[in-house]
Design a protein around this ligand. Structure first.
Ligand SMILES: C[S@@+](CC[C@H](N)C(=O)[O-])C[C@H]1O[C@@H](n2cnc3c(N)ncnc32)[C@H](O)[C@@H]1O
Length: 239
């Protein structure tokens, strides 16, 4: 099945599509000095909860890059009170930002769309004005397994902060997912997909949804829960 259709099913019940809470995301108001007049770029914006919250309260100009039409339909159907938001459907790597033109460039849970953490940071820093905020949320390693594993594990948050520093970003804040944040995120996926399978007997995608749901749930239980975290790193571009 189309993996975008799978994610539309799995994330039907949530607007924040990462293991993080509304309360934690609101810290970014301060860490990014959100105010009227800012230009914001959101890579892999999904339903764009954060950018929509900002545009509700501030006259920002925001652009969201996203491939999944279901998420964009959701975001477009909610007009914010003050700011103006534009959503571009398609792969983020096809978008060519004017260099040094955004006050806030963020990518929460979608660095893979720009080739992984390092190349995403490079791309994002180039699009950010001097002094502007670069915000990246990604998987991080919490604990290394005690025995060797074939599984690829991400870097820890201090290593990721080092990558940002080496790309000219002064890292000034971090926000970490708790075990409960991850548990809630994985449980929302599992609950929504199990419900969908029960409600769609005989559907051509029934087996695909059931298998991916169970694979992802087992990955959460066996790998994410013991070893992985998720961290938002915030910094400001030098200059
Ligand atoms: C983990 S979700 C995060 C969504 C949103 N940033 C949030 O925090 O709620 C990752 C998003 O990246 C989108 N995505 C995947 N590949 C992409 C690509 N090549 N270009 C743009 N977005 C992409 C997915 O459809 C999904 O909405």
């Amino acid at each position: 099945m189309d993996h975008q259709d799978y994610w539309a099913i799995a994330e039907a019940d949530i607007e924040i599509q990462n293991p993080v809470t509304e309360r934690k995301l609101r810290l970014l108001d301060d860490y990014c000095d959100i105010r009227d007049g800012l230009r914001v770029l959101d890579i892999g914006c999904g339903k764009a909860w954060l950018m929509r919250q900002w545009a509700e309260r501030f006259d920002i100009e925001g652009t969201g890059l996203e491939t999944n039409p279901a998420f964009l339909d959701f975001a477009r159907s909610r007009s914010p009170l003050r700011g103006g938001l534009t959503y571009l459907e398609g792969p983020a790597e096809r978008f060519v930002p004017e260099p040094a033109s955004y006050d806030v460039v963020m990518c929460l849970g979608a660095t893979f769309a720009l080739g992984g953490f390092v190349s995403a940071v490079e791309w994002m820093v180039a699009a950010t004005k001097p002094g502007g905020a670069v915000v990246v949320g990604d998987l991080t390693t919490k604990h290394r397994p005690a025995v060797a594993t074939h599984q690829h594990l991400p870097q820890d948050s201090v290593e990721l902060a080092g990558v940002m520093q080496r790309h000219g970003v002064e890292v000034s804040a971090m926000i970490s997912a708790s075990e409960a944040d991850f548990e809630r995120y994985a449980s929302h996926h599992r609950h929504a997909t199990v419900r969908w399978v029960l409600q769609h007997p005989g559907h051509p995608d029934e087996q695909d949804v059931a298998h991916k749901s169970s694979d992802d749930w087992n990955y959460y239980l066996k790998t994410v829960r013991p070893y992985l975290g998720w961290t938002i790193l915030v910094g400001h571009k030098a200059g």
